[in-house]
Write a protein that binds this ligand. Structure first.
Ligand code: HEC
Length: 261
């Protein structure tokens, strides 16, 4: 009798745990797909891109070329162009498009969304059944064909890590960030805002090591020697040189006076 009671109850506890896991997986799947779309999901329509193409011919081709290869301005398709935007939100590209043509009147949100659709099509991203709209843009990630990848070399990035340095006048005296997070693309090289600081404080450390270039000189107000062993937020240009990964610093901000995980 006792056995009969105990066995089913152990079984049901395990079943419950498995079921909970399955429910979490099932509900997390569609939610993730919704909030983290990519440019490969067919995020614009062919008609929209055609409208964008007409607008491009009228407003942009004079500088960027009808074929988008650039006349004497940057090309808007191909590897060079994509390297500026890969591993970032499509919103960054949209913001740039909205600032065009330089020094001329705003074309309006609708026409800019169409132009963005045209740029996506020209860069071989697939059209789909639904029109792109301004609200959806921040949730669309620009990615290569093989999905998420490392941020391209020389991109402006944002990381958190622990500030360290070896003894002076030794080969290890360089300022280094240990336990660094995976570099994330940023568009802002300057001091993080309060919401950015809050997000950076909550961001977990990682396993990367970065050599920090110019950490003593980017600002007269930051004295790195007073932040040894602290969790910091660093922004700067990513330079991968073989096994060495460096960040040419544009800003460093202390996040916590220790570096616990
Ligand atoms: C008068 C010349 C001119 C016109 C017209 C013009 N642009 Fe530009 N565009 C530039 C210059 C110069 C740059 C490089 C500086 C910069 O990024 O702001 C640029 C950069 C860009 C970039 C960023 C390229 C990159 O990879 O960094 C995009 C996207 C862009 N333009 C889109 C457009 C669109 C869309 C239009 C039409 C609505 C347009 N431009 C019209 C001159 C022009």
């Amino acid at each position: 009798m006792r056995r009969e009671v105990r066995l089913p109850s152990r079984f049901s506890a395990r079943t419950l745990a498995l079921l909970c896991g399955a429910v979490v997986l099932l509900t997390a799947g569609p939610a993730l797909a919704q909030t983290r779309g990519s440019v490969w999901d067919g995020v614009f329509t062919a008609e929209q891109a055609a409208r964008g193409k007409a607008s491009f011919a009228a407003n942009c081709a004079v500088c960027h070329g009808a074929d988008l290869n650039g006349v004497n301005r940057p090309p808007l398709k191909g590897e060079l162009f994509l390297n500026h935007w890969l591993e970032g939100s499509l919103d960054a590209l949209f913001t740039h498009v909205k600032a065009m043509p330089p020094g001329r009147a705003n074309l309006g949100d609708g026409p800019y969304v169409d132009l963005l659709a045209f740029l996506l099509e020209a860069n071989a991203f697939p059209a789909g059944a639904r029109e792109l709209n301004a609200e959806a843009i921040p949730n669309i990630q620009v990615q290569g064909q093989h999905g998420p990848a490392s941020v391209p070399n020389f991109a402006l990035v944002d990381v958190v890590g622990c500030l360290t340095r070896g003894p002076r006048d030794t080969p290890h005296e360089k300022w280094t960030l240990t336990n660094g997070s995976e570099p994330a693309r940023t568009r802002s090289p300057i001091q993080p805002s309060e919401p950015e600081m809050t997000a950076a404080r909550a961001k977990p450390l990682g396993s990367q090591t970065f050599q920090l270039l110019d950490v003593e000189f980017f600002s007269g107000a930051f004295h790195p020697e007073t932040h040894l062993g602290h969790k910091v937020n660093a922004k700067g240009f990513l330079i991968r040189a073989g096994a060495d990964v460096r960040i040419n610093v544009t800003w460093v901000e202390m996040l916590a006076p220790d570096c616990g995980r």
